[in-house]
Design a protein around this ligand. Structure first.
Ligand SMILES: C[S@@+](CC[C@H](N)C(=O)[O-])C[C@H]1O[C@@H](n2cnc3c(N)ncnc32)[C@H](O)[C@@H]1O
Length: 276
């Protein structure tokens, strides 16, 4: 599908609402109205979105830099927002190979911004639903070598998947056949980090999204920890996105100033696990 042929329709989409929170331009009036209602429900949501994105970048940089990771499967990619995952990975490992996947047609419409690999690396894209892991894995196998470690990235995705679709089983299937040394990078919305006596709750955000036809459910730390069972958690474990190695930075950038964002502003648990 070309960008020109994309029709936004009358319903907001999670990818476009998130794009708005990140300061992007790939969103429409219907998305901005949903974003405004979300902001009213949770005033820190833009900080939360940006912290989530920065965690993705730091965790990918860590895996590529410290563990030599050269293969990534990013599901629930979102609308391209530089630096995208492959740009971070290939800055550390120019031969890195990255497969992106999302089920929103607008992400496909903009996917050429993801096809900007280094000559020695590779990127690919598949439009697919995370609830079809076999489809995603089969396609990814054209670009990735599953005999070598692969990082599966599920960042700000699984809170869109209801319990009836068994998110833990989806994660297990995605990781089942991966080589030792493979990794899971994950964030997930939660109410655990909220400061109770302050206004705004992610439960109100759940209602805003659901009223507009987008299923959203936040989960407690225990459920998020379940996604990492059978994996070795990288220190500091499952923490607020702002607290996961804030010192990691691009070679040409200073690290984030410590203490400028509090866990209560982030609304997501974040973690990295390694397959033994
Ligand atoms: C909040 S965005 C996160 C984007 C990116 N991972 C990040 O954290 O910066 C969530 C993305 O998940 C995608 N998504 C939602 N449900 C999905 C599903 N069932 N299968 C695949 N992707 C899905 C949305 O289209 C959207 O692009």
């Amino acid at each position: 599908m070309s960008e020109a042929s994309f029709k936004p329709g009358n319903t907001p989409h999670s990818a476009r609402i998130y794009d708005y929170f990140l300061g992007g331009k790939t969103n429409y009036s219907v998305d901005r109205k949903a974003a405004a209602a979300t902001l009213a429900a949770l005033p820190d949501v833009m900080t939360a979105a940006r912290q989530n994105r920065e965690f993705m970048q730091r965790s990918v940089r860590y895996l590529a830099r410290e563990r030599g990771m050269r293969q990534f499967l990013d599901i629930g990619t979102g609308i391209p927002t530089a630096p995208n995952l492959h740009q971070v990975a290939q800055q550390e490992q120019p031969t890195a190979r990255v497969v992106y996947s999302d089920n929103d047609p607008i992400v496909l419409a903009h996917a050429r911004a993801l096809m900007t690999s280094t000559p020695e690396g590779a990127t690919d894209y598949i439009e697919a639903d995370v609830r079809d892991p076999e489809v995603i894995l089969e396609h990814a196998g054209k670009t990735l070598d599953f005999a070598e470690p692969v990082t599966v990235s599920l960042v700000a995705l699984l809170h869109f998947i209801p319990d009836t679709d068994e998110p833990p089983a989806l994660v297990s299937r995605l990781l089942r056949d991966l080589a030792p040394g493979s990794a899971l990078v994950l964030t997930h919305g939660t109410a655990d980090l909220e400061v109770r006596d302050e206004s705004g709750s992610v439960h109100d955000v759940e209602r805003v999204y659901r009223d507009r036809g987008i299923f959203l459910t936040v989960r407690p730390r225990e459920a998020v920890a379940g996604f990492f069972r059978h994996l070795d958690l990288v220190e500091p474990g499952i923490v607020a996105s702002c607290d996961w190695h804030p010192e990691i930075a691009a070679p040409d950038e200073p690290p984030a100033l410590p203490g400028t964002v509090s866990p209560a502003e982030t609304s997501v648990w974040a973690g990295v696990g390694i397959k033994p």
